[in-house]
Design a protein around this ligand. Structure first.
Ligand code: TPP
Length: 658
């Protein structure tokens, strides 16, 4: 610790800035801001390897503020540390269009690596960042030159640690021995509604050690030396690290130690008195504090430049690896889709086809890194690579175990890291378990691929708990998310092409368990990229349309043939992605599905979004109750998904509209 007096001044200055921001906004969370200020100061002033003027430096230490409600103290620290956040921005804390939103958001605030706020998610994403670092280090580092080498720090609170996703992620980190992960626990014994003793009773030391972590206790969170020692030990530890720091919520305020200080501003007079004790005007930084942080900035710059030197040496000594490293970092890998197969009469489950397609893509895009929640053999989302483990960090397949929620959060961390694209896989019905992480990926514009198989009632024997009904609707309603439900291998390839081109958007692939025939021809492929197209045109007059997706495409084509025998001439439109289709211009959408009578939206799901394409003369042929256990064909028949039943319904609509 360089100068205790200046450190204390800096911490007080940070506290006052955070309080002023909260009071100006008349909202925010003073409790953690006051309690955890010494932790943030210590990290940014002494430990984090960052260059604030080059905040996206690949080899920087990552910091995740999992307790995202502590944004005020994070922003104040980032402003002091030299990031592109001004004191004016602090004044505009939580206001529309500012870089200082209510909770930290990646892409909005300079220096924020991860969007946080939904408690627990930050811990999962930190695990993903640490996992990405360890994998990339083993892929690119050489004995004489390390170009990937950083820590991942995560600050969390009681709330984070009570979430199931945290336990899933921490047990994953412990098992895989992610020793460059440093979790710092703001342990203040208080949460929003009251004392933590009313809610949890486990011993953190035993808990964390049992998960495979090294545990350190900092008895007094105000004691920077104690904190420093723990951080220094953590940095050389051969295990993942958990530092429990005893702090006081609302430190130094009239509400210190009370849950009331968690989330409401302090009286203005109290904030004014904090400021007058410190000196200077509101929203200012003392010169000594500024100078001290300036020194740190210089250190950061030197470390960055030294890495650049290493990289230069690496490029000379290992030109091929360097080329790949740069490509990975800049997402410059181009997949040549003409190298992928064209399916003609293949009959297979789309989950199996996906295994082939993904691996073809993987040959050209070696930055894929992910796995399944103990279902790789069923979902078939598995790369032609080995499995990652603490002894084989080069493996590109991850065994997430039955930890779906953490799998979602961890893959977010992987893709946010840069250099890798994460993928996650499970049964479609269990996409519910990843939903908060998928939502965050979409919000962050984070390119992650979700491979969900067993996509409908056709799951059969496993019954209603395993038969998705409402999941398509849930996912299709999330902004900035591609949801693909391809009919066959050719549509699947088109979906991948679109997913790969959307570098700031996650994509969901919804795949069948059961075999499906190839229904498309090469002429359809360009149109499939548009998210929706005419799969089978009417013969001579347009008597009606079936709008459908995935496995129901074949059903719709058979219904079309049957209707033709009755003199009814219909069109079949395949919509592998509603969101992609709706993003096309109106002219194209109307060309594919003109607003007309007799449109049936057909899907083995709740299908609310397909109903967008019908008017009051149309029919939504969907599933609006839970499924049932039985042989797949029997279940489908029982729920009306047979050619005969659909044909009858179509004719009923047609005759009614005559
Ligand atoms: C998943 C989720 N649930 C609930 C909340 C609302 N919330 C924000 S902070 C908080 C209390 C957390 O307590 P703790 O981590 O101890 O924070 P402290 O009170 O110490 O600041 C709650 C319930 C949230 N942000 N995310």
């Amino acid at each position: 610790m360089a100068n205790k007096k200046i450190d204390n001044l800096a911490i007080e200055n940070l506290r006052v800035l955070a309080m002023e921001a909260i009071n100006e906004a008349k909202s925010g969370h003073p409790g953690i801001a006051l309690g955890a200020a010494p932790i943030l100061h210590n990290l940014y002033r002494y430990h984090l390897k960052v260059d604030p003027k080059n905040s996206n430096w690949f080899n920087r230490d990552r910091f995740v503020m999992s307790a995202g409600h502590g944004s005020s103290i994070l922003y104040a620290t980032l402003a002091l540390a030299g990031y592109n956040i001004s004191l004016e921005d602090l004044k505009n804390f939580r206001q529309l269009g500012t870089p200082t939103p209510g909770h930290p958001e990646v892409g909005i605030t300079d220096g924020v690596d991860v969007s946080t706020g939904p408690l627990g998610q930050g811990i999962g994403m930190a695990v993903g960042l640490a996992l990405a670092e360890s994998h990339l280090a083993s892929v690119f580092n050489k004995e004489d030159l390390s170009i990937v080498d950083h820590y991942t720090y995560c600050l969390c609170g009681d709330g984070d640690l009570q979430e199931g996703v945290a336990l899933e992620a921490l047990s994953f980190a412990g098992h895989n021995n992610l020793n460059k992960l440093i979790i710092i626990f703001d342990s203040n014994d208080i949460q929003l509604d009251g004392p933590t003793k009313d809610i949890v009773s486990f011993d953190f030391k035993e808990y964390m050690e049992s998960l495979g972590f090294a545990y350190y206790l900092v008895k007094n969170g105000e004691n920077l030396e104690e904190l420093d020692k723990a951080l220094e030990k953590a940095k050389v530890s051969d295990k993942p690290n958990f530092i429990e720091v005893k702090t006081k919520i609302g430190h130094g305020s009239s509400l210190e130690g009370q849950n009331k200080v968690h989330g409401s501003p302090l009286p203005s007079e109290e904030v004014a008195s904090f400021r007058s004790k410190l000196g200077g005007d509101a929203f200012t930084v003392l010169k000594k504090v500024k100078d001290s942080y300036q020194k740190r900035e210089e250190v950061g710059k030197i470390r960055y430049l030294s890495w650049e030197e290493d990289l230069k040496a690496y490029s000379k000594k290992y030109p091929e690896e360097y080329k790949n490293f740069k490509k990975a970092l800049n997402k410059e890998y181009k997949v040549d889709f003409s190298k992928l197969p064209l399916y003609e009469d293949k009959v297979a489950a789309t989950r199996s086809l996906n295994q082939d397609v993904m691996n073809e893509i993987y040959l050209q895009l070696p930055t894929l890194f992910g796995g399944a929640a103990d279902l790789a053999s069923s979902t078939k989302a598995c790369l032609n690579s080995s499995f990652y483990s603490k002894d084989n960090k080069e493996g590109a397949n991850i065994r997430f175990g039955v930890r779906e929620h953490a799998m979602g959060a961890i893959t977010n961390g992987i893709s946010l890291h840069s250099g890798l694209i994460g993928f996650a896989s499970t049964f479609f019905v269990f996409s519910d378990y990843l939903k908060p992480a998928i939502r965050l990926a979409s919000l962050m514009g984070n390119q992650v691929f979700y491979i969900f198989s067993h996509d409908s009632l056709a799951v059969g024997e496993d019954g209603p708990t395993h038969q998705p009904i409402e999941q398509l609707t849930m996912l299709r309603s999330i902004p900035n998310l591609n949801v693909f439900r391809p009919a066959d291998g050719n549509e699947l390839i088109a979906c991948w092409e679109k997913a790969l081109s959307d570098k700031n958007r996650p994509s969901v692939f919804v795949l069948t368990r059961q075999n499906v025939p190839t229904v498309t021809k090469s002429k359809h492929l360009k149109d499939a990229l548009k998210g929706g197209y005419i799969l089978a045109k009417e013969k001579s007059k347009l008597d009606g349309i079936i709008v459908t997706s995935g496995s129901e495409c074949k059903l719709a084509l058979d219904v079309k043939d049957e209707l033709l025998k009755e003199g009814i001439d219909i069109r079949v439109c395949s919509i592998p992605s509603v969101n992609v289709f709706l993003s096309r211009d109106e002219k194209y959408i109307n060309k594919v599905i003109p607003d007309s009578k007799n449109i049936m939206a057909l899907e083995l799901s709740e299908a609310m979004h397909l109903a967008l394409f019908i008017n009051r003369t149309g029919v939504l042929y969907n599933v609006n109750k839970f499924g049932t256990s039985g042989k797949p064909q029997a279940v489908l028949k029982a729920y009306g998904f047979s050619v005969e039943d659909i044909k009858l319904k179509f004719m009923e609509m047609y005759n009614k509209n005559k």
